[in-house]
Structure formats: structure tokens, C-alpha cells
Ligand binder design. Sequence first.
Ligand code: B12
Length: 211
Amino acid sequence: MSDPAELYNAILTGNAKKAEEVTKAAIAANADPGELVQKYMIPAMDEVGRRFECNEYFVPELLIAARAMKTALELITPHLMASGAEPMGRVVIGTVQGDLHDIGKNLVASMLEGGGFQVVDLGVDVPAEKFVEAAKEKDGTILALSALLTTTMTMMKNVIDALEKAGVRSRVKVMIGGAPITQQYANEIGADGFSDNASAAVAVARKLVAN
Ligand code: B12
């Protein structure tokens, strides 16, 4: 029988097949799904991020690690819900209009899901109106916007302006991130939260829900 600790290595090395196998075995053995996420999966992605920052990992490694993480998360998410835990909150995430980068956005979405949030992923190249529609659907939603290009980060301000124009700005929280984004930029455009990495994004989202 496989050891749940193998899940850490499966994600770290981007072995989606192994991640699937270990996760299925752990679920069959009634392992605590929250513990699998907290003890093995999030630390594995943290280590992936660390290796990326030290130039030990590059984009291909990130992609395959994210895929392994997603494979395991898809199997675990229904059990996280079944364990009675109410979702921490609802996050609608997307990469802003004109921008096709989604690796960071997907990592943030996976981490938020692992952190107990219900995540709706609008994908890439998302126009401001789509975020406005999502804001109208449920009060208290967190809109999570990602941008990787200096030319598209200005779209984040467009989203906030569109929310204001539609009269729904106060009904949602807006958090932003992506390589060119800074806390200063978040302050400038009136975003409620910012993080420069996927693990901290979960802490930011929790704080936004608590407020
Ligand atoms: C991979 C990549 C691509 C891939 C994207 C594949 C994909 N499916 O995403 C492809 C090849 C398609 C691509 C295309 C282009 N790219 Co590109 N790309 C990159 C590259 C190498 C890596 C980006 C990445 O995935 N990083 C890894 C992830 C994990 O990091 P991240 O996205 O920053 O996300 C983390 C945080 O920022 C944060 N985060 C991210 N989103 C969010 C959201 C929230 C809410 C929060 C809280 C946090 C958060 O958490 C994440 C995880 O820790 C970067 C260079 C770089 N080093 O960043 C260039 C880069 C972003 N690209 C660049 C450019 C110019 C382009 C193109 C215009 C190239 C071209 N001439 O066609 C096109 C644009 C296409 C488009 N319209 O979007 C430039 C941007 C320059 C600028 N200043 O604007 C960069 C910086 C390269 C460079 N040095 O020139 N690219």
C-alpha cells in the first residue's frame, strides 16, 4: 500500500500518475483529506515555488507539478466538502483581458481550493463584464485577478471601475496578483488585497473573508 507521504514527492516531481494513485489509496484508507492537503500537497507546492525562485526549477517543472497538484486536488475536493467543512468562501478567479498567462493563476486557484475555498475559474483573457456578472451572483465573493503583462495589468483598474459603475463594488472583495503587481499598485487602484505568491494568497483571502 502506498504511503500518503509519497504525495509530497509525486507533486514535487510532477508525477501526476503517482499523485493520483497515492491519493486514491489514501482516500480508500480513510485518510483525513484536509491533512493530505495541509501536510503534503501545500508543502510540496511551497517547495516547487522555492525551487523556482532559486532557478532550480523552470516553467516546465512548474507546469507538471501544478498538473500533479490539480490531479490530486480534483480527487480530494469532494471529500473536503463531505467532511462537513463549509467552504471558507467563494472566489472567482481569472486572468484579465488581453493576457493569456495562466500558470500562476492556476496555482493560486489550486491553493485556494486546497485552503477550503469554493473556486470558480473564469480562465484567461477575461473581460471586466464577466467579473461584474460574477460579483452580482453572490455577495461577499472574492474576485481574484491575475496579470503577467505590464500592458494588461491596467485592466485590473478597469475591472474595479466597472464594478463601481455597476454599483456592486461594495458587495465584493478584489484581490490581485501576478509578476508585475505590487502592493503599491494594489493601493493605487483600490484593490482590497495583494499577494506575490500562491500560498500567501490563501492567507490574504482568509483575511478578506474575516473582514
Ligand atoms: C510562461 C510564459 C509565457 C507562456 C504562458 C503559458 C501559460 N499557459 O501561462 C507563453 C509562451 C504563452 C507566453 C506568452 C507571452 N509572453 Co510570457 N512569460 C512566461 C514566463 C516565462 C513565465 C510566467 C509564469 O508562468 N511564471 C510562473 C508563475 C508561477 O508565476 P506568476 O505567474 O508570477 O504567478 C505567481 C505570483 O505572481 C502570484 N499570482 C499570480 N496570479 C495571481 C493572482 C492573484 C489574485 C494573486 C493573489 C497572486 C497571483 O502567485 C503565483 C504563484 O506563486 C514569464 C517570465 C517570468 N519569469 O515571469 C514571461 C513574461 C510574463 N511574458 C512576457 C511576454 C512579453 C509575453 C508575450 C507578449 C510574448 C510575445 N511576444 O508573444 C506573450 C503574451 C501573450 C498574452 N497575450 O498573454 C513578458 C512580459 C513583459 C512585461 N513587462 O509585460 C515576460 C515577463 C517575459 C520577459 N521577461 O519578457 N508567456
